[in-house]
Design a protein around this ligand. Sequence first.
Ligand code: 5GP
Length: 116
Amino acid sequence: MNDTLFGRIIRREIPAAIVYEDDDILGFKDIAPQAPVHVLFVPKGEVIPTLDDTTPEQAQLLGRLMLAAADYARREGFARDGYRVVMNCREHGGQTVFHVHLHLLAGAPLGHFGTA
Ligand code: 5GP
């Protein structure tokens, strides 16, 4: 089995501040937040290590990660102010947990994105 840290959080084997859950996705606060709001959205099913490992059959699941983040932002009241979603892929993307996930960052102006 392709076990990961996030798999253990999904199975409630280690604690996390869970803020979102539906049939397919778990959302929990990042342990080292990079913004006032920093939530990770993770698929609960079979582990997909990176975005590069996804297939066309997983397009709906990837879209649902985005929709979960947008839903959370509306529900928490910061959608109109705005937010950022990021998915890191492998070494140059800065990925450290190889269980595909979407970062939601919000709660303050995040500045222009694009500098290394
Ligand atoms: P990545 O770098 O792979 O895109 O994102 C992994 C994220 O997981 C990082 O932002 C990191 O702070 C977060 N993280 C690492 N370990 C834990 C943990 O044990 N609990 C939680 N909630 N987040 C974690």
